[in-house]
Design a protein around this ligand. Sequence first.
Ligand code: UDP
Length: 238
Amino acid sequence: TQAKPKYKRVMLKISGEALMGDQGFGLHPPTVERIAREVKSVRDLGVEICMVIGGGNIFRGLQGSAQGMERTTADYMGMLATVMNALAMQSALEGMGVFCRVISAIRMDEVAEPYIRRRAVRHLEKGRVCIFAAGTGNPYFTTDTAATLRANEMACEAIFKGTKVDGVYDKDPMKASDAVRYEDITYDDVLVKNLKVMDASAIALARDNDLPIIVFSLDEPGGFRGILAGEGTYTIVH
Ligand code: UDP
């Protein structure tokens, strides 16, 4: 008998870089497929899934503006990059028979649905994965904030932040071998200690709405599903 999943509706946030594999840039379709399989395995538990994918594998507004581009234009380019990533994920999920909608914060009706909250909720109720693209639709924000915003709007019970490591550490575990992982930590500690979980505005938005953030490793096969089944290592920010 399958235990009841820990949460009924969740937001999965991944960075654009998670989709580039070892290439250093852009999209690596086998990597997109690997992540899509992880998503499908959680969908198969009956969990309703929202997703936000960053755009950093293609374009980051801050980098563009540091090189002389006008900031808001550069940010719109970053938002468009997230749409490409969302379409790649949609394609991989649909290839596995998972019904899926890309919902864009910037209207582009030929490419993706516009964001209409009640309609998105309906998709979730019908078991479709909703990928929220184009961030919040506003420059000066990040996809971490977009994920937190949509998670609140969709009444998700938690945000799953997929990273390269299995939680939040007191120092960078890639650099320091004595880094210690937190089992759980408060939003305020994340902010005060300036730990790299999500950017400060996203953490504050999660805190103000009591939305737990679960930081886990996307590189661990079956890890996402395991946490929903009550196993595995991760850090919960709450
Ligand atoms: N962006 C934006 N508003 C948003 C979300 C994203 O302007 O609401 C732009 C911003 O320029 C950002 C880029 O889109 O650098 C890509 O998003 P992000 O850096 O969050 O991607 P990630 O680091 O998660 O891959």
